[in-house]
Unconditional design. Structure first.
Length: 184
């Protein structure tokens, strides 16, 4: 093949645009898939975080309406978390439901603590609780619900470890000044 033939073949190849769309598609589709998967995972994580917040608030809300509780009541209240977290698993969910009392200086201490799942870690009786600034009143009681959730991405689990999510809320008892636990 002489030089003129080679140059002519190169010009024809350069002017041929039949496969350009396929090449562009092959270059762009991996980026589109990654962006879609990342968007899906972010949406799922945001939804789980919102469900965790709902769980925290609702458990404090229900507990604050009691005038006294027993361990069975606290277990039933926290078991409701599976209904709130649905359709997401409650296996990575941990809850600490605590009654906090404040002294004359508004420093918080634990009256009792109930964990979910049962037997999980909890705050020790009379341990100090950091109260939010300018929130606590002297000689009062509060319900503190702390939740944690280890969200594991569906698609990106190979690339991202479990994402820890936490929430907490302090709530004032509604029907009485405190909510004693009769069997804690």
């Amino acid at each position: 093949m002489n030089r003129t033939t080679k140059l002519s073949a190169w010009r024809r190849l350069r002017g041929d645009t039949k496969g350009v769309a396929a090449v562009e598609f092959a270059l762009i589709i991996p980026i589109v898939i990654v962006v879609y998967a990342a968007g899906y995972e972010l949406t799922q994580a945001a939804t789980v975080n919102r469900k965790l917040t709902d769980t925290t608030v609702q458990l404090a809300n229900v507990t604050s309406q009691y005038t006294a509780v027993a361990t069975a009541d606290l277990n039933n209240i926290m078991a409701a978390s599976s209904q709130i977290m649905d359709p997401y698993s409650t296996t990575p969910l941990a809850i600490k439901l605590t009654q906090v009392r404040t002294d004359a200086s508004s420093a918080g201490k634990v009256d009792y603590c109930a964990p979910y799942p049962v037997g999980g870690p909890c705050r020790a009786k009379d341990s100090v609780v950091a109260m939010p600034a300018n929130f606590a009143s002297p000689n009062s009681h509060y319900i503190l619900v702390e939740t944690t959730y280890g969200y594991t991405p569906t698609i990106g689990a190979a690339f991202v470890n479990s994402i820890p999510m936490t929430d907490q809320i302090f709530m004032v008892p509604r029907q009485s000044t405190s909510i004693p636990c009769t069997t804690c």
